[in-house]
Design a protein around this ligand. Sequence first.
Ligand code: HEC
Length: 197
Amino acid sequence: MAGVEDKLLDHNYDGIEEFDNPLPQWWVMLFILCTLFGVVYMFYYHVAEIGDLQLQEYANEFIQDENAPKSETPKEEFTKGEMFAPMSDDKAMLEKGEKVYQVNCASCHAKDGGGGIGPNLTDDNWMHGGSMTDIVWTIVDGVPEKGMIAWRSILSKQDVIAVSNYIRSLKGTSPAAPKDPQGDLWDGTEKLPTDAN
Ligand code: HEC
């Protein structure tokens, strides 16, 4: 609808002409509000880092879950018996371990073990020890205050042993986006489950 004061712009594209009208005010308001929202959002999540991003939210939910009733099987149970022996070249064991890993662990430690919320599992540095016993115990006890739950109530003993072997098989691989090493360099000493922790 052409108003009396509507000014016709002086171009003509195949018969299509255009008035020099301002954008509707509601549209301009929406644009300004969206821009302001974007600035506030970026400041809140990425500059001041006040808000938790998705992955941290996810870890927080795991921390809350830690208060749920859980199995009290002592961690020593998981390192008892012949099943425990590190057998990282057993193909069936590693395949099972990889499945357990991709379903339960990849969200925090990355699909290739390079780390994310959780530490890099492919390097030689460990916060809780790199021996088979240490790894099994870290998995079953978890580090609840950091978002790594105690997996003893979720995974069977077979699963824990398999995933531990799988993790050890990742050592020395080259993940796509490796997280910087955390913890101490492991000297390669296998700790026996009978050793005091
Ligand atoms: C919700 C996130 C999350 C999930 C899921 C998760 N982890 Fe972790 N994991 C962590 C965090 C965080 C740490 C570091 C704890 C710390 O700072 O002490 C960690 C630490 C570890 C460590 C010790 C590393 C070291 O340096 O000593 C191992 C081993 C480990 N995780 C294995 C697993 C396995 C196996 C699974 C799956 C069954 C798993 N994690 C699932 C978050 C997670």
